[in-house]
Structures are given as C-alpha cells and as structure tokens.
Design a protein around this ligand. Structure first.
Ligand SMILES: C[S@@+](CC[C@H](N)C(=O)[O-])C[C@H]1O[C@@H](n2cnc3c(N)ncnc32)[C@H](O)[C@@H]1O
Length: 352
C-alpha cells in the first residue's frame, strides 16, 4: 500500500465545530479539500451546533460562506476544493429520498420549512445557490461534475423522475492550480482503440494524414481499405493545432491506448453502503478521483465535514496526509477506528 510509506504525523481528526477548528489550522497548509457538507435540512446529526438545520437557504449559505472563507485561507494557492452536494424540494422532507431513508433506518429527519420565494414542491437548487455564492465570494468555480448514481434510492414519486444524481463542484483559489488529469484518465472509446490499432503507415493520402480512418459503425472498406467517406475530419483538423496532438503523434499505439481519454464530467459511481453508524457517507471512488487529480503524492487532504472519515481512509491509501474535522464525537471515534483498521502502520498526529 502506498500509504504505508508515509511516516510520522500522517493524519488527525479534530473534534469540534468546523469554523472553530479551521481557525486553528495555518494559512496555505492544505493541498486539497474533499468534502460533502451537511445538506440543507436533510438530516439531523444530533449535535448542537451542527450545520444544515438553518431555517432558510439564506442562513445556510451564510454559514457555508464563513466556513469556505476559512477553507480558502488554509488552502494553498494552487490548491483545489471538491464539494459534493445534493438538492432538495421546498416544503417536503428534503433530499428527494430523505424520508424513505429516515423511516427505513429510524433516523431523525428535518422537514423543510417554507422557503421564501419558493412554492411547495419547487426544487430548491441548493447546489447551484452554493456554487454561485462561493463564486461571488472569490472562488473560481471550475467545474460542475455530475455524480450519476446507477442505484439511486427508490422513490414513490409519480409526477417527476427519480433523482439519481448529485453535484461535485471543483473550486479553486486561482485560475491556475494543481490538476493531474492523467491520473484520472478514462479508457478510450472502443472506436478510438480500433483506430489506433490500424496500420496507418499502410494507408495512403488523407487517411494517413488524418491519423487513420475513423473506426466506428459507419466505417466502410473498399478492397480492405477504409474509404475517405469515413475520414474523421475533426480529428485530422484538430491534431494539427494543439501541442498535445503533436505529442500524441509521437506516441506508440500502446502509449496512446494507455493514455486513454480525458475524464468526462459525469461520474457514474454506485452509492456504497457503510456498516458503521454514520449514514451519509459517500462512496470511496469520489474522494479517490478528487485526490488523484487534485492532490500531489505526499500532500495534505482536508475534509472539514469528516463524518465516517471516508476521505481520510482514501487519502492515506493514496499516500497523502489527512486532516479531518467533525462535530459529532461518536463519529470522530468511529472514523479513527476505521482509519486505524485500514492503515494500521500509519501514525496519528497526537494532541488533537
Ligand atoms: C454528509 S456528512 C459527511 C460524510 C463523509 N463524507 C463520509 O463519507 O463519511 C456531514 C458531516 O458533517 C458533520 N457536521 C455537521 N455540522 C458540523 C459542524 N458545525 N462542524 C463540524 N462538522 C459538522 C456531521 O456530523 C456529518 O458527519
């Protein structure tokens, strides 16, 4: 495991209110923030001072803005912040699935109060309200990633579709920042792989110039050779322009295949049950992708709403350091045990 190479002071989880504990962290000390804050009025985490129980979206956003100002202070100039957040409807149990989950597992649940300017059953749009508020507050809103869930919580709604996605926003302090796109590349489409496997040298004319014939369902062959009909003009055109394409041209087919394609902005990731007492954990694949792209090896990852410590577990596995903040002492203890069981050779920072 990569993480076992880390030495002293690999991780710590600070118990307490996020704002208070963030204030104790030094400026520019964190490479990457990966977090899923409490959604507005979805769940009651059973602790005084918890965020998410505010009466209005405005109050919630004000609270979140204060938290994110502190996050911006502790984040390095080239750092990235990845924020996972879902939406809810006005006038109902929030979250489009909250009531089902709450009943099934016996959790206490908040009920959305009337939202100023919104009618009952209006989508609140909280992810975008938060994203725009953070943008207006100075953050660079670099991307909205859609977390698409192939196994969404079943709902009994009949007047709309079942909600099966949430957002992950990529925010930065500067327009230039650390981002390792190659670390999260996806496998190229079969048609691309097929094209790379062509013997381009044996082709002639514009097919050869265009890096091989397009290899998709419409490809036709005359005498064993692709016709100009299936030429991929766009690729031939763009490859003459960007530096990337020049490097691409010098790669072997094997290298091209290995490099794959740039990851798309829709991430299909199944929700992952967690056997511990925390009920709002995100699947490990979410922090894995965010950390691989957004934090250099050996760097420090912060989750200011640490919960069951999923971000910490993944960060340490990937050879990064971890700082978590969590208000609920029971979650803190549980997540410490989880991390210790997952990475017994790593060292906890003492004095937290
Ligand atoms: C959505 S959960 C995070 C789950 C986490 N991503 C995981 O996979 O385990 C949000 C967490 O924020 C915590 N929280 C709520 N208000 C807080 C506050 N004021 N300060 C610190 N933590 C808070 C809750 O107790 C909850 O564990």
């Amino acid at each position: 495991m990569v993480g076992t190479r880390l030495m002293m002071k690999d991780w710590r989880i600070l118990q307490g209110d996020v704002l208070e504990r963030l204030r104790e962290l030094p400026d520019d000390s964190v490479h990457c923030v990966v977090t899923s804050p409490p959604y507005w009025r979805l769940r009651n985490y059973g602790v005084v001072g918890q965020i998410g129980v505010e009466n209005t979206p405005h109050e919630y956003l004000e609270k979140m803005l204060s938290v994110f100002r502190e996050i911006r202070r502790v984040l390095r100039k080239d750092g990235t912040a990845w924020v996972n957040i879902g939406d809810c409807y006005a006038g109902s149990g929030c979250g489009g699935g909250g009531s089902y989950e709450s009943e099934r597992r016996g959790w206490q649940q908040c009920v959305t109060r009337r939202v100023p300017h919104l009618k009952r059953k209006d989508l609140v749009g909280m992810p975008w309200r938060l994203a725009f508020a953070l943008q207006a507050d100075g953050w660079w809103l670099r991307q909205d990633i859609v977390w698409s869930k192939p196994n969404p919580m079943p709902l009994s709604v009949t007047d709309r579709c079942t909600t099966s996605h949430e957002y992950i926003f990529l925010l930065t302090k500067r327009p230039k920042y650390y981002f390792d796109a190659a670390a999260i590349r996806i496998r190229a489409a079969p048609s691309s792989v097929q094209r790379w496997q062509q013997d381009i040298d044996s082709q002639t004319g514009s097919l050869r110039a265009n890096g091989g014939a397009k290899a998709n369902g419409t490809m036709k062959a005359v005498g064993g050779r692709p016709t100009t009909e299936c030429r991929d003009k766009q690729r031939g055109h763009s490859r003459r322009h960007a530096g990337f394409n020049e490097r691409w041209d010098h790669m072997t087919h094997a290298e091209q295949r290995a490099f794959g394609a740039n990851r798309r902005s829709v991430w299909e990731i199944a929700t992952q049950g967690f056997s511990g007492m925390h009920f709002a954990t995100f699947p490990e694949e979410i922090p894995r992708l965010c950390i691989m792209a957004g934090c250099p090896e050996g760097g420090t990852v912060l989750d200011p709403f640490s919960g069951a410590g999923t971000t910490g577990v993944v960060a340490l596995r990937l050879g990064r350091k971890y700082v978590g903040i969590e208000i609920n002492p029971e979650y803190v203890e549980m997540s410490k045990r989880r991390i210790e069981n997952d990475a017994p050779l790593l060292n906890k920072i003492s004095g937290d």
